[in-house]
Structures are given as C-alpha cells and as structure tokens.
Ligand binder design. Sequence first.
Ligand SMILES: *[C@@H]1O[C@H](CO)[C@@H](O)[C@H](O)[C@H]1NC(C)=O
Ligand SMILES: *[C@@H]1O[C@H](CO)[C@@H](O)[C@H](O)[C@H]1NC(C)=O
Ligand SMILES: *[C@@H]1O[C@H](CO)[C@@H](O)[C@H](O)[C@H]1NC(C)=O
Ligand SMILES: *[C@@H]1O[C@H](CO)[C@@H](O)[C@H](O)[C@H]1NC(C)=O
Ligand SMILES: *[C@@H]1O[C@H](CO)[C@@H](O)[C@H](O)[C@H]1NC(C)=O
Ligand SMILES: *[C@@H]1O[C@H](CO)[C@@H](O)[C@H](O)[C@H]1NC(C)=O
Ligand SMILES: *[C@@H]1O[C@H](CO)[C@@H](O)[C@H](O)[C@H]1NC(C)=O
Ligand SMILES: *[C@@H]1O[C@H](CO)[C@@H](O)[C@H](O)[C@H]1NC(C)=O
Ligand SMILES: CC(=O)N[C@H]1CO[C@H](CO)[C@@H](O)[C@@H]1O
Length: 878
Amino acid sequence: MAKVSYIFVAIALSFSASVLGLTKETYEISSNAAGYMINGQVENTNAGLRIPLTLNSNQKNAATNLYGKTIDNLIVNVEYETEERLHVKISDAQNKQPVVPNSPLGLIRPNITSYAFENRNYDFEYTAKPFGFRVIRNSDKTIVFDTTNMPLVFEDQYLELSTSIPKDANIYGFGEVTAPFKRTSNVTTIWARDKPDPFYGNIYGSHPYYSEVRDGKSHGVFLLSSHGMDVITVDGRITYKVIGGILDFYFFVPKSGTAGDLSIAYTDLIGKPMMPAHWMLGWHHCRYGYHDIDAVETVVKKYKEANIPLQTAWIDIDYMDQYKDFTSDPVNFPINRMVDFGKTLHEDGQSYVVMVDPAISANSTYEPYTRGVDMSVFIKNPDGTDYIGAVWPGYTVFPDWWHPNATAYWEKEIIDWVNLLGVDGLWIDMNEPSSFCLGSCGSGKINAGLQSQKVLDKEHAAQEAALNAMGNPKGETRNLLYPKYAINNGAGNLSEHTVATTAVHYGNVPHYDIHNLYGYAESYHTRNALIKHNDSIRPFILTRSSFAGSGKYAGHWTGDNHSLWSYLKTSIANVLNMQMFGITYSGSDVCGFLENTTEQLCTRWMELGSFYPFARNHNNKGQIDQEPYLWKSTAEASRIALNIRYTLLPYYYTLFEESNRLGTGVWRPLFFEYPNYEELSSNDVQVLLGSDILISPVLYENATTVDAQFPIGIWYDWYTHEVTVNNDAVTKVTLDAPLAHIPLHIRGGSIIPAKTPKYTVGETYATDYNLIIALDNTGSASGRLYIDDGESLNVASYSDINFVYENGQLQASGKFGYSKPEKLSSVTIIGEKASQLKTATVGNTRAKKTYKSKHTGNSVVFEGFSIDLTQTFTIKFN
Ligand SMILES: *[C@@H]1O[C@H](CO)[C@@H](O)[C@H](O)[C@H]1NC(C)=O
Ligand SMILES: *[C@@H]1O[C@H](CO)[C@@H](O)[C@H](O)[C@H]1NC(C)=O
Ligand SMILES: *[C@@H]1O[C@H](CO)[C@@H](O)[C@H](O)[C@H]1NC(C)=O
Ligand SMILES: *[C@@H]1O[C@H](CO)[C@@H](O)[C@H](O)[C@H]1NC(C)=O
Ligand SMILES: *[C@@H]1O[C@H](CO)[C@@H](O)[C@H](O)[C@H]1NC(C)=O
Ligand SMILES: *[C@@H]1O[C@H](CO)[C@@H](O)[C@H](O)[C@H]1NC(C)=O
Ligand SMILES: *[C@@H]1O[C@H](CO)[C@@H](O)[C@H](O)[C@H]1NC(C)=O
Ligand SMILES: *[C@@H]1O[C@H](CO)[C@@H](O)[C@H](O)[C@H]1NC(C)=O
Ligand SMILES: CC(=O)N[C@H]1CO[C@H](CO)[C@@H](O)[C@@H]1O
C-alpha cells in the first residue's frame, strides 16, 4: 500500500529528526553512570541464580537519573532454560516496570519443568562491584557476551547495557531494517513505523535479535522487549538503549555452532514459522491502482495469454468503498463481481487474496464501527473516549487486540467477509499501526469521511497542542510523549504517524509500552479468525508489521520499496534477515513498488523474485505498469525463472516443512552454510535456496555478468549440468548472465525432488515426481522429500523420504505415510561418472525393470519409471 499523499512531508520530517536524534552521544556509552553492585546473598534457585543488585552510588561522580528515574534495587534472575538457551532477566526488585504482556503473545515464555544444570553449552559468570556478567560458550571457552567494564543503567525510561564484541565482528540481525546483511557501524532504531524502506531507518517490524558468527560458530542474543530502542553497533561493542521495561535477555549457544541449530534454538523460544499450503508457493500478482474489477480480470487473462504462471490474484484497497474494510466499491468493484471473480479463479485452479487494514472508519452508519463501539473494543484516549486517528477512510478507530472482546469482534468481521467474498487469504497492512495525523485528531469528528493528507497536515500544530493537552493515562507519571532519551525514530517524536504513546489499551496499558506488538497481535487474531472460519486448511496471512515470533502466524513482505536497482540488491539482505527472525515466508515487491520501473530492472527482478520464498509482483498507484507480460525480455525471463520455481516446488515445500518443524531458513546466506570461510561473511548478493541451489542474480544496471563466489565442493550449472567449479577453497567466478538468464547452480552431493512445471501449482503438483541427483567428488549424493496433501492445518498423513545415492545405487527410505498414490517417473544424474551409466534396475527382489537412459553431456536422464512413493525402494544404475 502506498502513502503517496504524504511522502513529501514524511521525508522532511525524517531529515530534521535524524539531525535532532542522532548525536555523538547516541553512539557513546554512559561512562559516568553509577552502575550496580551485588547487595546481599546470591541465591541458587531451582532455575539457576538470583542476584540482588543495588545502585553503586557511593563512588565518585556517580551519575543517576540520566534520562529518567533511576531504580535503585534490581534482581538478576539467571535461568538455565535448556542446554543451549540461557535466560538472564534483569528487572526492578519491585516488579513495577512494564514487561511484554503474555497475551496475545502465544507461547513466547515457555513453561519449563526442569532446568539444565548439567551439560550446558554455556557458563554464566559475574563480577560483584560493579556488577557485570559474561556468557561463555563452553565448548571453546569463547566469551560470547560481556557486559563487564561497561555501564549498566536502569531507569524507568532509560535502560542501557553494552557487550564487548571483537573488532569487525560478524553481526547479523536487529531490525527490521534496510541495510547490508552484515551489520557495520550503525544505529538500528526499533520502533514500528510506516515508512517506505529508507536505508538504515526504522521501518515496519521489531526484532531485537542478532546473531554472531565467530571462529566458524554461531550464537544468538534476543532482548525480549516491546519498547522503543536504539541499538548501537560500533567496532568492538553493541549497546542497547531502551526507553522502558526491563532487560530480558535470552542467549542461544548451540552445541554444534551451526547457524541452522541457532535458528532451531531461537524459534524454540519465539515459535516456529507457519507452514504454507502448496498454492502459497506459486506466483502472486498485485497492484495498488487497478481502477476496477475489469482491470484485475484483464491482468489474469493476459498472464495466461503470455503463459506466465499466475497462482494468486490480489486486490489492494482499491476494491473498498471509500477505503472502508469489509466493503466493496459498488461501482468499480461490485460485490457480485468480486465474488464471481473468486469463483472463476478457483475454477481455474487459482487463488484470491485481498487487503484488510486494522483501522476502522469512524462512521456511525458503518456496522464494523458500531459493533466495535458496542463491544468497547477500540483503543482509548486517556479520558476513556475512543482514540480516533486517520487512515485511508478518513478518521478511524483502532481495534485494541488486548481487549477481552477483541477475539469475538475480529472473528465476526473477518469470518463474515471471508465467507462472503470467498478469498483464500488476507493481507494485513498499515498495522504499525499507521495513522496520518498526530494524536486523536478525529476526536469529536465522527462521520467526517475522507480527509486529504493536506488538511491533516495543516492541522498538525493544533493536533500537537491537543495531544499535549490530553495528558497521561490515569496514574501514569512517565513522560510518554517525549521521553528524555529520544530514540532515532525517523518520524520524529514517538507518536508521529502512529497511534499516540499516551493512548490506552485494555488494562490501562499505554500504547508506549506495546506499540511494537500491534502488528504481531493483529496477525495472531487474524490467524485465529481464519482458523475459526475453516479449521481444516492452513490460513494465509501476509503482514507488514511484525515482532519476534510473527512468523508462526503470518508471512511478510518487506514493505513499500522502490523500483530502483539498490532495492533489488538490498531485497536479498531484507529476506535473509526475515529468515533469521523466523519469518521464512517472506519476499520483496518484485519490480519495485514506488517509482517507475524499467524493462531491464523488472526483468532482473522477476528473475530473482521468482525465487523469493514468497514471490509477488506489486506496484504502486501512479507508477507505470509493470506486469511481467508487458516487455518481451521480462516475459521471457519470467517464464524461464517461474518454470524453474515450479519445477522446484517439492524442494521448496520440503524446505518449508523443515522450517515449520525446526525453524531453519528457506533462503540462507552463504556464510551461514560455510561459516569457516570469512571471505563469505559480507556476501549478500548471492543466496542459497536451502543448502543445494545457489542463486547468483544480476543486481546492477546493464551488467551481463555476475562476479560470483562459490563455496567449496562441486557446483553444477543448473541449465547445462556442466561443472562450474570443483574446489576446496572459496572461488570467484565471473558468470555469463545475458538479460533473460539468472545463474543457478546445484551443489554436488545433493538430491533435489522436482515436478514438471505447469500453469498452476495444482496442475504442477498433479505431475509425477522427478529426482535430480548431483554427484559429489565421491560419486555420492543425498536429499529429502516431504509429501502431504498440501493444505491441511492438521496433517493426517505424510511421507518423509530420505534419498541416498552411493556406488551407483539410489536408496529411498524413511516414513511412507501419505496415503494418496504419488509416483516417481524420472531420475536425472549429474556428474562425470553419470554419463557412463546406461541402465537402471528398479526393485529388490521382484518386479525388476530396466530403463534406457538419455544422455545430455555431463548428465544422464532415466525416464519412464512408475515407482510408487509408498515404500522403500532402490534403483541400481549400471
Ligand atoms: C504455564 O503455566 C502457567 C501456570 O501454571 C499456566 O497458567 C499457563 O497456561 C502455562 N502456559 C503454557 C503455555 O502452558
Ligand atoms: C550506517 O552505515 C552506513 C554505511 O556505512 C552509513 O552510510 C550510514 O551513515 C550509517 N548510518 C548511521 C545512522 O550511522
Ligand atoms: C464486551 O462487549 C459487551 C457487549 O457485547 C459489553 O457488554 C462488555 O462490556 C464488553 N466488555 C468489556 C470488557 O468492555
Ligand atoms: C458512512 O458509511 C456509510 C455506509 O458504509 C456510507 O454510505 C457513508 O458515505 C459514510 N459516510 C462518510 C461520511 O464516510
Ligand atoms: C516534538 O514535539 C515537541 C513538543 O510538542 C515539539 O516542540 C517538536 O517540534 C516536535 N518535534 C518534531 C520533529 O516534530
Ligand atoms: C474448508 O476448506 C476445505 C478445503 O478447501 C473445504 O473443502 C471446506 O468446504 C471448507 N470449509 C468451510 C467451512 O469453508
Ligand atoms: C512515472 O511515469 C509516469 C508516466 O510516464 C510519469 O507521469 C511520472 O512522473 C513518473 N514518475 C516518476 C517518479 O518518475
Ligand atoms: C545503462 O545503459 C544505458 C543505455 O546505454 C545508459 O543510458 C545508462 O546510463 C546505463 N546505466 C549504467 C548504470 O551504466
Ligand atoms: C537508496 C534510496 O533510494 N533510498 C531512499 C529510500 O526512500 C527514502 C524515502 O522513503 C529516501 O529517503 C531514501 O533516499
């Protein structure tokens, strides 16, 4: 969704704010702070340790009350939660500081019945005066986190803690941010904000998580906090500056030290990524600015004529009646046409998604509003009246996801709408939450209808005065609007362009304390509503705002990016970050959202975007058209790349199943898979799909070659099956990449399950399976295939098949539980030795049959099998 109308204002604001906010002090630590010391007995508890602290105020020149009220007495609870996860919670002794609420967070704080007193892969050490601590990885005694000799500040509205890190440390994470994957000297501000992807600025999501790769081993650190913060990463140090709450840290120190096991450990805490249905892995198309339903139908038709696979047609807010949720424009998107469109899509095996925003038009004849008022379910002003901001439909109220009526309210609205329209999923936008004015600018203005941004902007001074006059929620003494430590919020003051920090959620909780959770909570409620609507299929939700753990409810697109080469490039880092944050179903707007694309940019973006875990072309209103069939080169590149994606659907699906079960990434940085090769540490221009497919896209205008890095081993060209490299060190190769070509390589040693690509995902899945076996230097390979019905929320039967190829023999074993007949019809073997193979013999004891091969240079194809994937089997190749 666009913010076209207010972009100019927002840019001006973010400029002045960064001048105001990012001072030299931002980067520095509070060296003069008093700090804390142990005061009394350190106790052994059933979980670990309990360490009482008191302010270390008797030293010379000890500063207190730096940006708030210093809290004198703290408790450090050290809990050995698992052998690989340590919980260190530093809280005020009186438990007055607001903490991340459990509801509706799901399972983020798991109940632990027995703690890991033995076999821990970490040690916790502390110093008494001043208090500081270290987390040490046991396997190699590496100090992974070290706050000693760094100030600890604990005030009601300012918490500061730093860790030493090595020089030029390999730090990844903190976000959501548009920046290079490896984080260098910078400030990452975490405060959910509706803003089209400025480099280094705070944007939609909140993920106070990072991982570090040191000496080939990964560890991770998560600060469970919903408060605004600046995270400063400078050479040798990371510093957290948080404007409220407590310091609730989790450390993840996997024994293996692999990035994969780190992902597992992190998502054990925050929750595993959702499992997409088959259809969700197809190609999606959307645009803000399709004038009417005819325009959308035409797009679907033209995709088909161009033979570019389209699985899902989306409709942006264009369809709504005056931008009101759960309505359709009676003239341009009449409801019967909207319904018929969905029916036709379904008849053609295609899928249908529309947008829903959280903000509800404040209109007294609009039922979603009146029903919500009756249920008292909207966020309130400090005086108890409804808080009214402004979004697309004009003045709007905002559902309070923490209200006990929120579930019933949202369920009814969502279920009625989804039932009526017959959509397959929902796209939830503007949930930072975004608001186009400051404060409760619509108080007293119900039924005022659409407002232009110009009018809202003109009233800014009055809005500010009204907000200031409104004051604090009852009993609140903090400075919620203008905390003394001003994080580097790109929008300026905290309440700009969102719900005011003094607005009140159920239980008298100010928005200040849970702002960063709003999109997460909406995802939670929307998912539950969709499951209530149909509890037999996997719900589809794409959310813009996210928090740690959102991946269990929704996928994510990286927001309103630009049709610029720099954004094509950075989309890789954006998606890799989301993989690390446990939101594996993610991707960027292909061909770019804001600004006009060009044929060449769109062609290159379709090539890369065809391989995003979530793959969708999306454009803004007012930009030139960018449907992939519009240009010859773009259409050709799209057909080629999407055919490969659809060929790889079983491979994607198997990766997603692993991600859903374990938490591993679908897209992976090269360095995470090959962490002993430091020269890969900054590579965010290539990506591994799983472990086995290396994607090396063109990211620069007019380039027709790619300077690619290849990890160790044999890598085969996807298209020719030739060996591109066979090395025992990282090798640089310049690859040819003419306009419609994206270089792809298969890792020697892998077995990749595949299908024959058809127009829709369903048709593709109806074809037999094929295997691509790419041999390593010993002539071996292995791989995995996961099969279920592709849509059930609770999977009744599945197969999980392991393939091993050794000494000329393919062995399939594992679990064969999926009841529907699935067949394997061809096997391609790639490798020097493969070309000598002539026959294939199937079976162990009986029903032997021999197949003739088809040679293609460095590979051989055996076709015509009809092997049931319902039991173990072997194929012997000679
Ligand atoms: C954890 O335990 C508490 C108290 O026993 C209980 O109320 C809560 O429901 C449990 N949570 C989970 C996720 O099991
Ligand atoms: C972040 O790093 C980039 C690249 O070094 C630099 O251009 C930018 O100014 C930095 N931003 C901040 C806020 O330090
Ligand atoms: C929930 O909604 C009902 C009306 O359906 C209302 O009577 C009740 O007060 C609401 N609950 C709260 C906590 O506001
Ligand atoms: C209020 O909603 C009704 C029904 O959806 C609509 O007809 C009317 O135009 C809206 N009024 C304003 C001022 O937006
Ligand atoms: C922030 O709010 C203060 C107090 O209302 C105001 O003086 C200041 O101009 C605002 N800053 C920005 C960048 O809007
Ligand atoms: C739920 O989805 C399944 C599979 O698409 C469908 O057969 C069933 O009718 C749906 N149930 C409802 C209540 O919509
Ligand atoms: C995009 O193209 C349209 C149509 O040619 C033009 O009116 C508009 O100014 C262009 N926008 C930008 C940002 O260049
Ligand atoms: C790409 O080529 C076009 C046409 O020759 C030229 O106008 C443009 O400046 C080139 N872009 C770059 C980044 O070199
Ligand atoms: C690299 C780039 O073009 N960044 C731009 C992204 O968009 C913001 C506005 O939203 C600009 O300020 C940045 O310059």
